[in-house]
Design a protein around this ligand. Structure first.
Ligand code: ATP
Ligand code: MG
Length: 600
């Protein structure tokens, strides 16, 4: 018996639609991309119930004639591949399937007018059934209305999340597209509430910076590092946040390739790699980065929602990202975020005069998440149970750094130590506050890294080897890495069933508690798993080691020690944040202080 038969066209369309239109946000993405492809300078969007009931997208682009309207809702009909070449894609769309797909699973009404027509025309598709174009009223451009999405595919409807979640995804899509198209004004209204209102910006870097500020917040816009790099035929520009602005998920890394928002694990990985160990494990930077490549160097036809691309030279693109970010961080590594300083000023100002306006900037309306998440709190650092010691340099350096330091150094001359934790220093035009533990931890780590690349880390042999009991998975993890750990100055070997023997420890650490050190590293290694790249492993283990060798909060320092610490910070790359991504110091300008006292 032959059970094979040709499926009816409407069913074919519904099946195909499943690929393109997964949820309201994916329908919205297609409609906004069409508006951008039509040269719109303004796009207005309204949603009802997270887009489930209704999505309306209006643009002022070039519009469609009635003949084009009839074609636009047919499968595989596109105006965007004039030369029929898939390696010459210059528009966001190219497949000619978005509108028929949306029309197959909703009620789709498109109204459009061109400069050649005396009036607008409207075409309707209802669950795949097309009605011919009718005269209609519209001043300019195109309006696409989608109602009752997935009413005819209840299975799909069941997979939607709450209206709130769906609305959030719609907002996210529009934000992303808006970042890549600063010259276009956007509004987004959900159930009558304005969720986004972005003014059109001028072409060029300033416009881009304004748009990114509107979407990612004023602090990000003002303090992120400007990225502008090129490698062969690829260029990269945008903003990369300071490491201190780190976040718990990669959701604030926005990547674009030729104006197309992409979500690509390997590119995300490259961004993360560019930050290297300036970020703590499990934290991600904020960044908005725009790659521009010749169309030939790229395959965009690899994902139904076009959110992934393939590069002809993937490793070149990766290097461009890693190199551009790490170079900028290296040059500005000692910077810290003024936001942290401002948090501090707010703490200082207490209930005082209330609105010292002008510096306590609230996040911009379009800001994506809670600021508190990355506004590093100035809490007391983690207490190490070990008596760390200052580096020899700190002990010998005199107070000659004192007066002279004030005028020409970044961090200034140390004036006092408060609560045995914070160093307060004076610069020519302000005050700096340094978290001594956080700062020192970073210095130990950078010193170990430098020693590693030079001639290896000096080992201090233990007179009496120490026996450390470990759970079997941890024991195995450290023994597997014994060679690697020896390179870092930690010499261990197996001992009996459930223990290891520590024979030597890194000399920079002074006299740490070897048992604690080894069990912390063991835990770290188990958590990292076997798949980590060596570099990552090194920096994580170094961070753990450094924590054990650092000046505790609570240790009294003399002037010479304090100044030596500051001078070393100034000379050390990446010393603006500790190994956990918190700032190591904050700055208050005299102007800030004057504002605090209402003098300005
Ligand atoms: N807002 C609009 N303004 C002007 N023309 C439009 C608009 N939306 C769609 N079109 C026209 O309709 C055609 C079909 O749109 P559709 O989104 O289905 O396909 P596409 O954009 O060509 O490719 P893709 O399926 O990859 O999005 C487009 O090629 C374009 O010519
Ligand atoms: Mg399209």
């Amino acid at each position: 018996m032959s059970g094979i038969r040709q499926l009816p066209d409407t069913l074919v369309d519904q099946i195909a639609a499943g690929e393109v239109v997964e949820r309201p946000a994916s329908a919205l993405k297609e409609l906004v991309e069409n508006a951008l492809d039509a040269g719109a300078s303004r796009i207005d969007i309204t949603l009802q119930r997270g887009g489930i009931d209704e999505i309306i997208v209006s643009d002022d682009g070039h519009g469609m004639s009635p003949a084009d309207l009839s074609l636009a809702i047919r499968r595989h009909a596109t105006s965007k591949l004039p030369d029929s070449r898939l390696d010459e894609i210059r528009f966001l769309g190219f497949r000619g399937e978005a509108l028929p797909s949306i029309g197959a699973v909703s009620q789709l009404v498109i109204t459009s007018i061109t400069s050649e027509e005396p009036h607008a025309w409207q075409i309707t598709v209802d669950a795949g059934r097309v009605a011919p174009p009718q005269p209609a009223a519209l001043a300019r451009g195109t309006t696409a209305e989608v109602r009752h999405l997935f009413k005819v595919v209840p299975a799909r409807l069941k997979f939607l999340k709450t209206e709130r979640t769906e609305q959030g995804r719609c907002l996210d899509i529009v934000r992303r597209l808006a970042m890549a198209w600063p010259q276009v004004g956007f509004t987004l209204t959900g159930d009558g509430r304005v969720l986004l209102d972005l003014a059109a910006q001028p072409d060029g870097d300033v416009g881009l910076q304004h748009r990114l500020t509107d979407i990612m917040g004023r602090t990000f816009g003002a303090e992120a590092l400007v990225i502008d790099a090129r490698r062969d035929e690829a260029t990269l520009r945008g903003l990369a946040g300071l490491p201190t602005m780190n976040r718990p998920t990669p959701a604030s890394i926005f990547l674009f390739v030729n104006g197309r928002p992409v979500q690509d694990r390997s590119l995300l990985g490259a961004v993360r790699a560019g930050y290297g160990d300036t970020l703590p494990r499990g934290r991600y930077p904020m960044a908005a980065l725009f790659l521009q490549l010749p169309t030939m160097a790229l395959d965009v036809n690899v994902h139904p929602a076009k959110s992934e691309v393939r590069f002809r030279d993937a490793s070149g693109v990766r290097s461009l990202l890693v190199g551009a970010i790490s170079a900028q961080l290296r040059d500005h590594g000692v910077q810290t975020t003024a936001e942290a300083a401002l948090t501090a000023t707010r703490l200082f100002s207490g209930s005082g005069r209330g609105g010292s306006r002008g510096f306590a900037a609230p996040p911009a309306a379009g800001y994506a998440g809670p600021v508190a998440d990355w506004q590093a709190p100035l809490t007391a650092p983690v207490q190490s149970s070990l008596a760390g010691d200052m580096p020899p340099a700190a002990r010998s350096a005199g107070n000659q750094a004192g007066e002279a330091a004030r005028d020409d150094t970044l961090l200034g001359a140390a004036r006092a130590q408060l609560h045995k934790t914070y160093i307060v220093a004076e610069t020519r035009d302000g005050i700096t506050i340094i978290d001594q533990h956080a700062a020192h931890e970073r210095l130990v780590m950078e010193r170990m890294k430098a020693a590693l690349t030079a001639d290896g880390v000096a080992v201090q042999a233990l007179l009496i080897p120490e026996v450390v009991d470990l759970p079997s998975d941890q024991r195995q993890a450290v023994l597997d890495e014994a060679g690697f750990l020896a390179g870092l100055g930690l010499e261990i070997e197996g001992f009996g069933e459930g223990s290891i023997l520590v024979r030597g420890i890194p000399a920079v650490l002074g006299t740490p508690d070897a048992t604690r050190l080894v069990s912390d590293i063991a835990e770290e290694l188990v958590e990292l798993g076997g798949s980590q790249v060596l570099e990552d492993k090194i920096s994580h283990v170094l961070a753990t080691v450094a924590c054990h060798g650092s000046v505790r909060a609570g240790r009294r320092l003399n002037d010479a020690e304090m100044n030596a610490l500051l001078r070393e910070m100034e000379d050390t790359p990446n010393s603006g944040q500790c190994n956990h991504g918190r700032p190591t110091w904050v700055r208050l300008s005299l102007a800030d202080v004057e504002r605090l006292f209402g003098r300005r």
